[in-house]
Design a protein around this ligand. Structure first.
Ligand code: ADP
Ligand code: MG
Length: 364
Protein backbone atom coordinates (compact mmCIF):
# COMPACT_ATOMS: atom_id res chain seq x y z
CA UNK A 1 0.00 0.00 0.00
CA UNK A 2 1.10 3.52 -0.60
CA UNK A 3 -0.80 5.84 1.57
CA UNK A 4 1.12 8.92 2.40
CA UNK A 5 0.16 10.81 5.46
CA UNK A 6 2.40 13.79 6.03
CA UNK A 7 3.87 14.29 9.48
CA UNK A 8 1.52 17.10 10.33
CA UNK A 9 -1.30 14.67 9.78
CA UNK A 10 -2.67 16.22 6.63
CA UNK A 11 -3.75 13.92 3.92
CA UNK A 12 -1.44 14.26 0.96
CA UNK A 13 -2.00 11.54 -1.55
CA UNK A 14 -3.92 8.37 -1.34
CA UNK A 15 -3.02 6.16 -4.21
CA UNK A 16 -3.98 2.77 -2.93
CA UNK A 17 -6.42 1.35 -0.49
CA UNK A 18 -4.73 0.02 2.56
CA UNK A 19 -6.22 -2.21 5.16
CA UNK A 20 -4.10 -1.01 8.08
CA UNK A 21 -0.46 -0.35 8.83
CA UNK A 22 2.03 -1.91 6.49
CA UNK A 23 4.76 -4.16 7.89
CA UNK A 24 2.94 -4.36 11.15
CA UNK A 25 3.71 -7.57 12.89
CA UNK A 26 3.93 -7.04 16.62
CA UNK A 27 1.11 -8.80 18.37
CA UNK A 28 -0.59 -6.97 21.19
CA UNK A 29 -0.08 -9.99 23.46
CA UNK A 30 3.65 -9.28 23.48
CA UNK A 31 3.03 -6.22 25.64
CA UNK A 32 -0.04 -7.32 27.55
CA UNK A 33 -2.84 -4.94 28.47
CA UNK A 34 -0.93 -2.82 30.96
CA UNK A 35 2.18 -2.69 28.81
CA UNK A 36 0.07 -1.68 25.85
CA UNK A 37 -1.60 1.20 27.71
CA UNK A 38 1.79 2.40 28.97
CA UNK A 39 3.28 2.14 25.51
CA UNK A 40 0.47 3.99 23.78
CA UNK A 41 0.26 6.78 26.33
CA UNK A 42 3.96 7.31 27.06
CA UNK A 43 4.08 10.64 25.21
CA UNK A 44 0.99 12.16 26.74
CA UNK A 45 1.50 15.81 27.66
CA UNK A 46 -0.82 17.82 29.86
CA UNK A 47 -1.81 21.32 28.77
CA UNK A 48 -4.50 22.40 31.23
CA UNK A 49 -4.26 23.65 34.81
CA UNK A 50 -7.57 21.96 35.51
CA UNK A 51 -5.95 18.52 35.10
CA UNK A 52 -4.66 17.63 38.55
CA UNK A 53 -4.04 13.94 37.86
CA UNK A 54 -4.01 12.16 34.49
CA UNK A 55 -3.43 8.61 33.31
CA UNK A 56 -2.07 5.98 35.67
CA UNK A 57 -4.29 5.94 38.71
CA UNK A 58 -7.73 4.50 39.34
CA UNK A 59 -9.26 7.75 38.16
CA UNK A 60 -8.18 11.14 36.91
CA UNK A 61 -8.70 14.22 39.07
CA UNK A 62 -9.89 17.55 37.70
CA UNK A 63 -10.34 20.96 39.26
CA UNK A 64 -13.18 22.81 37.58
CA UNK A 65 -11.64 26.17 38.56
CA UNK A 66 -15.04 27.69 39.36
CA UNK A 67 -16.24 27.14 35.83
CA UNK A 68 -19.12 25.01 34.63
CA UNK A 69 -18.25 21.60 33.22
CA UNK A 70 -19.50 20.29 29.87
CA UNK A 71 -19.31 16.56 29.07
CA UNK A 72 -19.98 14.67 25.85
CA UNK A 73 -19.40 11.10 24.64
CA UNK A 74 -19.37 9.54 21.18
CA UNK A 75 -18.80 5.98 20.11
CA UNK A 76 -17.35 4.93 16.76
CA UNK A 77 -17.92 1.38 15.58
CA UNK A 78 -16.06 -0.26 12.70
CA UNK A 79 -18.40 -1.05 9.84
CA UNK A 80 -20.97 1.42 11.14
CA UNK A 81 -19.06 4.69 11.48
CA UNK A 82 -15.86 3.95 9.64
CA UNK A 83 -14.36 1.53 7.16
CA UNK A 84 -10.68 0.68 7.63
CA UNK A 85 -10.43 -0.07 3.94
CA UNK A 86 -10.14 3.63 3.29
CA UNK A 87 -9.88 5.25 6.69
CA UNK A 88 -6.21 5.43 7.72
CA UNK A 89 -5.85 4.71 11.44
CA UNK A 90 -4.01 7.93 12.17
CA UNK A 91 -6.86 9.91 10.67
CA UNK A 92 -9.36 7.78 12.54
CA UNK A 93 -7.72 8.56 15.89
CA UNK A 94 -7.67 12.24 14.99
CA UNK A 95 -11.28 12.21 13.86
CA UNK A 96 -12.53 10.29 16.91
CA UNK A 97 -11.16 13.05 19.13
CA UNK A 98 -12.20 15.97 16.92
CA UNK A 99 -15.85 14.94 16.57
CA UNK A 100 -16.11 14.98 20.36
CA UNK A 101 -14.39 18.35 20.65
CA UNK A 102 -16.87 19.63 18.09
CA UNK A 103 -19.70 18.82 20.52
CA UNK A 104 -17.96 20.77 23.27
CA UNK A 105 -17.42 23.82 21.03
CA UNK A 106 -21.07 23.58 19.98
CA UNK A 107 -21.91 24.32 23.63
CA UNK A 108 -19.71 27.44 23.40
CA UNK A 109 -17.28 25.73 25.78
CA UNK A 110 -13.53 25.12 25.66
CA UNK A 111 -12.55 21.43 25.63
CA UNK A 112 -9.95 20.59 28.26
CA UNK A 113 -9.74 16.80 28.70
CA UNK A 114 -10.67 13.59 26.91
CA UNK A 115 -10.78 9.93 27.78
CA UNK A 116 -10.18 7.45 24.97
CA UNK A 117 -11.41 3.87 25.20
CA UNK A 118 -11.00 1.09 22.73
CA UNK A 119 -12.03 -2.49 22.12
CA UNK A 120 -9.68 -4.30 19.73
CA UNK A 121 -9.68 -7.66 18.04
CA UNK A 122 -6.57 -9.79 17.63
CA UNK A 123 -5.98 -8.56 14.07
CA UNK A 124 -4.78 -5.22 15.46
CA UNK A 125 -1.04 -5.03 15.92
CA UNK A 126 0.97 -2.70 18.14
CA UNK A 127 2.00 -0.77 15.04
CA UNK A 128 -1.61 -0.27 14.00
CA UNK A 129 -2.52 1.00 17.46
CA UNK A 130 0.54 3.29 17.46
CA UNK A 131 -0.82 4.85 14.30
CA UNK A 132 -4.24 5.29 15.86
CA UNK A 133 -2.71 6.98 18.90
CA UNK A 134 -0.53 9.23 16.75
CA UNK A 135 -3.76 10.71 15.46
CA UNK A 136 -5.22 10.96 18.96
CA UNK A 137 -2.11 12.76 20.24
CA UNK A 138 -2.02 15.08 17.25
CA UNK A 139 -5.59 16.20 17.93
CA UNK A 140 -4.79 16.65 21.65
CA UNK A 141 -1.79 18.79 20.76
CA UNK A 142 -3.64 20.92 18.19
CA UNK A 143 -6.64 21.55 20.40
CA UNK A 144 -4.69 21.66 23.67
CA UNK A 145 -6.70 18.99 25.41
CA UNK A 146 -5.34 16.48 27.90
CA UNK A 147 -5.73 12.73 27.44
CA UNK A 148 -6.49 11.75 31.03
CA UNK A 149 -7.58 8.13 30.78
CA UNK A 150 -9.62 5.50 29.05
CA UNK A 151 -10.14 1.79 28.96
CA UNK A 152 -8.69 -0.97 26.81
CA UNK A 153 -10.42 -4.23 26.19
CA UNK A 154 -10.85 -6.91 23.54
CA UNK A 155 -13.49 -7.29 20.87
CA UNK A 156 -14.62 -10.41 18.99
CA UNK A 157 -14.84 -8.64 15.68
CA UNK A 158 -14.19 -5.04 14.80
CA UNK A 159 -12.67 -1.98 16.37
CA UNK A 160 -14.79 0.10 18.74
CA UNK A 161 -13.71 3.52 19.97
CA UNK A 162 -15.38 5.58 22.63
CA UNK A 163 -14.29 9.10 23.44
CA UNK A 164 -15.52 11.31 26.24
CA UNK A 165 -14.69 14.99 26.03
CA UNK A 166 -14.82 17.37 28.97
CA UNK A 167 -14.88 21.13 28.64
CA UNK A 168 -15.31 24.28 30.65
CA UNK A 169 -17.40 27.37 30.20
CA UNK A 170 -17.95 30.52 32.25
CA UNK A 171 -21.02 30.42 34.40
CA UNK A 172 -24.16 30.31 32.25
CA UNK A 173 -22.09 30.90 29.13
CA UNK A 174 -23.07 27.65 27.52
CA UNK A 175 -25.35 27.72 24.48
CA UNK A 176 -28.00 25.02 24.15
CA UNK A 177 -30.28 24.02 21.28
CA UNK A 178 -33.32 25.66 22.75
CA UNK A 179 -32.90 29.42 22.66
CA UNK A 180 -33.81 30.24 19.04
CA UNK A 181 -36.44 33.03 18.76
CA UNK A 182 -38.71 34.10 15.93
CA UNK A 183 -36.86 36.36 13.45
CA UNK A 184 -33.41 35.20 14.58
CA UNK A 185 -30.99 34.67 11.71
CA UNK A 186 -29.81 31.13 10.99
CA UNK A 187 -26.05 30.91 10.42
CA UNK A 188 -23.72 28.15 9.41
CA UNK A 189 -19.91 28.06 9.42
CA UNK A 190 -17.68 26.85 6.57
CA UNK A 191 -19.21 24.77 3.81
CA UNK A 192 -21.53 21.80 3.71
CA UNK A 193 -21.85 18.49 1.89
CA UNK A 194 -18.16 17.91 1.15
CA UNK A 195 -17.74 15.10 3.69
CA UNK A 196 -20.67 13.24 2.21
CA UNK A 197 -19.35 13.55 -1.33
CA UNK A 198 -15.95 12.34 -0.07
CA UNK A 199 -17.66 9.34 1.48
CA UNK A 200 -19.57 8.52 -1.71
CA UNK A 201 -16.37 8.83 -3.73
CA UNK A 202 -14.46 6.44 -1.51
CA UNK A 203 -17.31 3.97 -1.43
CA UNK A 204 -17.45 4.05 -5.21
CA UNK A 205 -13.70 3.54 -5.56
CA UNK A 206 -13.76 0.78 -2.96
CA UNK A 207 -16.37 -1.11 -4.95
CA UNK A 208 -14.32 -0.77 -8.11
CA UNK A 209 -11.27 -1.99 -6.23
CA UNK A 210 -13.07 -4.98 -4.72
CA UNK A 211 -14.32 -6.04 -8.13
CA UNK A 212 -10.95 -5.63 -9.71
CA UNK A 213 -7.97 -5.16 -7.37
CA UNK A 214 -5.82 -4.33 -10.40
CA UNK A 215 -7.62 -1.03 -10.80
CA UNK A 216 -6.20 1.66 -8.60
CA UNK A 217 -8.60 4.05 -6.95
CA UNK A 218 -8.85 7.31 -8.77
CA UNK A 219 -8.70 9.83 -5.98
CA UNK A 220 -6.30 12.44 -7.33
CA UNK A 221 -7.75 15.94 -7.33
CA UNK A 222 -10.33 15.04 -4.71
CA UNK A 223 -8.21 15.86 -1.67
CA UNK A 224 -10.62 18.42 -0.26
CA UNK A 225 -13.70 16.22 -0.08
CA UNK A 226 -11.63 13.26 1.17
CA UNK A 227 -10.04 15.30 3.89
CA UNK A 228 -13.46 16.49 4.99
CA UNK A 229 -14.59 12.92 5.65
CA UNK A 230 -11.31 11.39 6.79
CA UNK A 231 -9.93 14.20 8.88
CA UNK A 232 -12.47 16.82 9.89
CA UNK A 233 -11.68 19.78 12.13
CA UNK A 234 -13.74 21.25 14.98
CA UNK A 235 -14.61 24.94 14.61
CA UNK A 236 -12.75 26.37 17.58
CA UNK A 237 -11.93 29.38 15.38
CA UNK A 238 -15.61 30.22 14.94
CA UNK A 239 -16.29 30.04 18.68
CA UNK A 240 -13.33 32.33 19.33
CA UNK A 241 -14.41 34.73 16.60
CA UNK A 242 -17.97 34.97 17.93
CA UNK A 243 -16.67 35.64 21.44
CA UNK A 244 -14.22 38.27 20.21
CA UNK A 245 -17.00 40.01 18.29
CA UNK A 246 -19.35 39.78 21.26
CA UNK A 247 -21.91 37.79 19.33
CA UNK A 248 -23.78 35.44 21.64
CA UNK A 249 -25.83 32.95 19.59
CA UNK A 250 -29.29 32.19 20.94
CA UNK A 251 -28.92 28.49 20.06
CA UNK A 252 -26.16 26.33 18.64
CA UNK A 253 -25.47 22.77 17.47
CA UNK A 254 -22.73 21.11 15.46
CA UNK A 255 -23.57 19.48 12.14
CA UNK A 256 -22.88 15.79 12.47
CA UNK A 257 -26.03 14.26 10.97
CA UNK A 258 -26.74 16.85 8.28
CA UNK A 259 -28.06 20.40 8.25
CA UNK A 260 -31.66 19.32 7.92
CA UNK A 261 -31.66 17.08 11.00
CA UNK A 262 -29.80 19.68 13.05
CA UNK A 263 -32.30 22.39 12.07
CA UNK A 264 -35.03 20.12 13.40
CA UNK A 265 -33.20 19.69 16.69
CA UNK A 266 -33.02 23.46 17.12
CA UNK A 267 -36.61 24.16 16.03
CA UNK A 268 -38.04 21.26 18.09
CA UNK A 269 -36.26 22.27 21.24
CA UNK A 270 -36.85 25.98 20.76
CA UNK A 271 -40.51 25.62 19.79
CA UNK A 272 -40.11 27.55 16.53
CA UNK A 273 -40.07 26.98 12.76
CA UNK A 274 -37.50 27.94 10.15
CA UNK A 275 -37.05 28.99 6.57
CA UNK A 276 -33.76 28.41 4.78
CA UNK A 277 -32.78 29.34 1.24
CA UNK A 278 -31.16 26.87 -1.12
CA UNK A 279 -29.13 29.57 -2.84
CA UNK A 280 -27.59 30.60 0.49
CA UNK A 281 -26.26 27.14 1.37
CA UNK A 282 -22.45 27.29 1.37
CA UNK A 283 -21.19 24.54 -0.93
CA UNK A 284 -17.62 24.30 -2.24
CA UNK A 285 -16.94 23.88 -5.93
CA UNK A 286 -15.28 20.52 -5.35
CA UNK A 287 -18.47 19.31 -3.69
CA UNK A 288 -20.62 20.60 -6.56
CA UNK A 289 -18.43 18.89 -9.14
CA UNK A 290 -18.57 15.52 -7.41
CA UNK A 291 -22.32 15.85 -6.86
CA UNK A 292 -22.72 16.56 -10.57
CA UNK A 293 -20.59 13.54 -11.43
CA UNK A 294 -22.83 11.39 -9.24
CA UNK A 295 -26.10 12.90 -10.46
CA UNK A 296 -26.99 14.36 -7.13
CA UNK A 297 -28.19 17.86 -6.32
CA UNK A 298 -25.40 19.46 -4.30
CA UNK A 299 -28.02 20.94 -1.94
CA UNK A 300 -29.06 17.37 -1.11
CA UNK A 301 -25.50 16.69 0.03
CA UNK A 302 -25.48 19.96 1.97
CA UNK A 303 -28.83 19.31 3.68
CA UNK A 304 -28.61 15.61 4.36
CA UNK A 305 -24.97 14.63 4.03
CA UNK A 306 -23.70 14.90 7.58
CA UNK A 307 -20.22 14.68 9.11
CA UNK A 308 -19.37 18.25 8.17
CA UNK A 309 -18.74 19.22 11.81
CA UNK A 310 -19.58 22.81 11.03
CA UNK A 311 -21.53 24.92 13.52
CA UNK A 312 -25.19 25.82 13.02
CA UNK A 313 -26.42 28.67 15.21
CA UNK A 314 -28.98 31.42 15.48
CA UNK A 315 -28.33 35.09 16.27
CA UNK A 316 -30.60 38.09 16.85
CA UNK A 317 -31.21 40.18 13.72
CA UNK A 318 -29.42 43.07 15.42
CA UNK A 319 -26.15 41.15 15.00
CA UNK A 320 -26.47 40.90 11.21
CA UNK A 321 -23.90 43.63 10.47
CA UNK A 322 -21.39 42.11 12.84
CA UNK A 323 -21.72 38.62 11.36
CA UNK A 324 -21.10 39.80 7.78
CA UNK A 325 -17.53 40.64 8.82
CA UNK A 326 -16.71 36.92 8.74
CA UNK A 327 -16.03 35.15 5.44
CA UNK A 328 -16.44 31.88 7.26
CA UNK A 329 -20.06 32.34 8.29
CA UNK A 330 -23.12 32.28 6.01
CA UNK A 331 -26.59 33.46 6.89
CA UNK A 332 -28.85 30.83 5.35
CA UNK A 333 -32.31 31.78 6.60
CA UNK A 334 -34.33 32.82 9.59
CA UNK A 335 -36.44 31.47 12.42
CA UNK A 336 -40.23 31.58 12.06
CA UNK A 337 -43.23 30.70 14.22
CA UNK A 338 -43.63 27.01 14.99
CA UNK A 339 -46.86 26.83 12.96
CA UNK A 340 -45.00 27.95 9.83
CA UNK A 341 -43.05 24.67 9.87
CA UNK A 342 -39.54 24.07 8.56
CA UNK A 343 -39.23 25.15 4.94
CA UNK A 344 -36.62 25.34 2.24
CA UNK A 345 -36.99 27.93 -0.51
CA UNK A 346 -35.42 26.45 -3.64
CA UNK A 347 -33.33 28.43 -6.12
CA UNK A 348 -36.36 28.53 -8.43
CA UNK A 349 -38.46 30.08 -5.67
CA UNK A 350 -40.66 27.13 -4.70
CA UNK A 351 -41.09 26.10 -1.10
CA UNK A 352 -40.53 22.61 0.24
CA UNK A 353 -40.98 21.06 3.64
CA UNK A 354 -37.64 20.11 5.10
CA UNK A 355 -37.39 16.57 6.34
CA UNK A 356 -35.12 15.34 9.05
CA UNK A 357 -34.21 12.24 7.06
CA UNK A 358 -33.72 13.87 3.72
CA UNK A 359 -35.28 16.30 1.41
CA UNK A 360 -37.59 14.16 -0.69
CA UNK A 361 -38.37 16.74 -3.33
CA UNK A 362 -34.72 16.80 -4.33
CA UNK A 363 -34.13 13.12 -3.96
CA UNK A 364 -36.77 12.19 -6.54
P1 ADP B 1 -8.54 -0.06 35.88
O1 ADP B 1 -8.26 -1.51 35.95
O2 ADP B 1 -8.52 0.68 37.20
O3 ADP B 1 -9.71 0.27 35.02
P2 ADP B 1 -6.79 0.28 33.68
O4 ADP B 1 -5.68 -0.70 33.73
O5 ADP B 1 -7.91 0.03 32.77
O6 ADP B 1 -7.25 0.58 35.16
O7 ADP B 1 -6.17 1.69 33.32
C1 ADP B 1 -5.00 2.18 33.91
C2 ADP B 1 -4.83 3.63 33.56
O8 ADP B 1 -4.68 3.77 32.17
C3 ADP B 1 -6.03 4.48 33.94
O9 ADP B 1 -5.54 5.77 34.26
C4 ADP B 1 -6.81 4.54 32.65
O10 ADP B 1 -7.63 5.69 32.60
C5 ADP B 1 -5.72 4.54 31.61
N1 ADP B 1 -6.09 3.93 30.34
C6 ADP B 1 -6.57 2.68 30.12
N2 ADP B 1 -6.80 2.47 28.80
C7 ADP B 1 -6.47 3.61 28.18
C8 ADP B 1 -6.50 4.04 26.83
N3 ADP B 1 -6.92 3.25 25.83
N4 ADP B 1 -6.08 5.29 26.55
C9 ADP B 1 -5.69 6.12 27.53
N5 ADP B 1 -5.63 5.78 28.80
C10 ADP B 1 -6.02 4.55 29.15
MG1 MG C 1 -9.97 -0.09 33.00
Amino acid sequence: MILQVANNGLLRTMNYFCPMAENSTTNVSELGEFGLIKHLTKNVELHNASTLLGIGDDAAVLDNLAKQTVVSTDMLVEGVHFDLMYQPLKHLGYKAVVVNLSDIYAMNAEPTQITFSLAISSRFTIEALEELYEGVMLACERYKVDLIGGDTTSSQSGLVLSVTAIGEVNESGYISRKGAKENDLICVSGDLGAAYMGLLLMQREKNVFLENPEIQPNLAGHEYIMERILKPEARRDIINWLNEHKIHPTSMIDISDGLSSELFHITDQSGVGCRVYEEKLPVENATKLMAQEMNLASSTAALNGGEDYELLFTIPQADFDKITASDEISVIGHITKAEDGCKMVSTSGSEYDLEAQGWNALKK
